[in-house]
Design a protein around this ligand. Structure first.
Ligand SMILES: Cc1ncc(C[n+]2csc(CCOP(=O)(O)OP(=O)(O)O)c2C)c(N)n1
Ligand code: SF4
Ligand SMILES: [Mg+2]
Length: 312
C-alpha cells in the first residue's frame, strides 16, 4: 500500500478514538477494488462470501477491520475485500498480523491464506502465534495442495496422493491442523467447509467475537489441481459437531474429534476457552492510553516523516 506523503503529517499527529461505526452495511459495501481471478468453482469464493457476510452480521465497518495474507491463490483475498489490507510474504502473514494487532488492538485482525502458506513455510509462526494467544482470526483455505504454483503436495495432502511433485504418490503423513492448534494453545479452534457457507459464517463470526487466537480451518476445494478432495468428497463426509453432541470445552473430546478422518469428517467448533489472557492484555505498555497507533509518537515530525518514507 502506498502512502500519500501529504497525509503523513496528519497521520503522525493523529490521536483520539476511532470514528464510530455508523449504520449497518451490506455485503456490497465490503466488495474490494479488484474481482477475484480464482478458477470458476474454487472453494475460496465460499470463504470470501462467508467473511463479508460475517462482517455485515457483526455490524463492523471497513475501517475497523484489517485483512492480512501471505502468498497463494487464497492469499489474494485481501485484495477482494474492502477493509484495511496487507498482502505480505509467503508464510509471514501471522508475524505481520501480530505486529498490527499490537500496534492497534482496537482493530479486528483477520488473517487469510492457504495450507502451504500457513502450515508449511509459516508453520513456525503458526505455533508461536497460538502459544502467545494473539487476538486475531486466522482463516486457512485448506485445499490440501499448493494451488498457485500449479499443484504440488502441501502439509495437509493425504498420504498416497498423486500430484505433480509426487507422481508415484506422497509418502508423507499429513499434519492435522486442528489437533496442532488445540495442543499449541489456540483458544478457539474450528473447521468449516466452503460448501456450507452459512455454517462457515457462524464459525467466522464466533472467531471474530472471540478474544484470543481463533483458527478456522476451511475445507476449500481446489477444483483444478486436487482431484481427490473435491466437493463430492466433502459433501458426503462432513458432519457437524453440534449434531454429534460435542462439547467444545472438553479438551480430551476435542483432541479425539480432531483426528477423525474417514467416512465421517467433523466440522464445527472443536475447542474454545475464555480463561486465558491475550498477548495485548499481557503487554503492560498497552494498559493505558489506547492503541499505540493513536498515541503521539514522541519524536519530531520531520524525523517521523523520514522514518516512514524510508520504511514504506
Ligand atoms: C519464500 C517463497 N517460497 C516459495 C514461494 C512459491 N509459492 C508461492 S505460493 C506457494 C504455495 C501456495 O500454496 P497454499 O499456501 O496452499 O495456497 P493456495 O495457492 O493453495 O491457495 C508457493 C510454494 C514463494 N512465493 N515464496
Ligand atoms: S488453482 Fe485451485 S486454489 Fe487456485 S484459484 Fe484455481 S481452483 Fe482455486
Ligand atoms: Mg493450498
Amino acid at each position: 500500500m502506498s502512502v500519500d506523503p501529504v497525509d503523513i503529517e496528519a497521520r503522525i499527529s493523529k490521536t483520539g478514538q476511532q470514528p464510530p461505526a455508523g449504520p449497518r452495511l451490506t455485503v456490497k459495501d465490503f466488495k474490494g477494488k479488484v474481482d477475484p481471478d480464482w478458477c470458476p468453482g474454487c472453494g475460496d469464493f465460499g470463504v470470501l462470501t462467508a467473511l463479508k457476510q460475517a462482517l455485515v452480521e457483526l455490524n463492523l465497518h471497513p475501517h475497523q477491520v484489517m485483512t492480512i495474507s501471505g502468498i497463494g491463490c487464497s492469499s489474494n483475498l485481501p485484495g477482494y475485500v474492502s477493509t484495511y489490507g496487507m498482502h505480505t510474504l509467503h508464510g509471514r502473514a501471522l508475524a505481520v498480523a501480530t505486529g498490527a494487532q499490537l500496534a492497534n488492538h482496537d482493530l479486528k485482525i483477520i488473517v487469510t491464506g492457504g495450507d502451504g502458506d500457513g502450515y508449511g513455510i509459516g508453520g513456525n509462526h503458526f505455533i508461536h502465534s497460538m502459544r502467545r494467544n494473539v487476538d486475531l482470526t486466522y482463516i486457512v483455505m485448506n485445499n490440501q495442495i499448493y494451488g498457485l504454483t500449479t499443484g504440488q503436495i502441501s502439509p495437509t495432502s493425504t498420504k498416497g496422493m498423486k500430484t505433480k511433485s509426487t507422481p508415484a504418490g506422497s509418502v508423507e503423513n499429513p499434519i492435522f491442523p486442528v489437533s496442532l492448534a488445540i495442543a499449541a494453545g489456540a483458544t478457539y479452534v474450528a473447521r468449516g467447509y466452503t460448501g456450507q457457507v452459512k455454517h462457515l459464517v457462524d464459525l467466522i463470526k464466533g472467531g471474530i467475537q472471540h478474544k484470543g487466537f481463533a483458527l478456522i480451518d476451511a475445507f476449500s476445494p481446489c477444483v483444478t489441481f486436487n482431484l481427490d478432495n473435491t466437493h463430492e468428497f466433502f459433501k458426503h463426509r462432513t458432519k457437524k459437531l453440534e449434531d454429534m453432541g460435542h462439547d467444545p470445552t472438553d479438551f480430551a473430546a476435542a483432541i479425539q474429534k480432531s483426528y477423525e478422518w474417514g467416512d465421517e469428517i467433523p466440522i464445527g467448533l472443536f475447542w474454545k476457552r475464555d480463561d486465558l489472557p491475550t498477548l495485548d492484555q499481557l503487554e503492560q505498555i498497552l494498559d493505558e492510553g489506547g492503541p499505540l497507533a493513536r498515541r503521539p509518537l514522541g519524536v519530531a515530525p520531520d524525523v517521523a516523516k523520514s522514518l516512514i518514507r524510508e520504511l514504506m
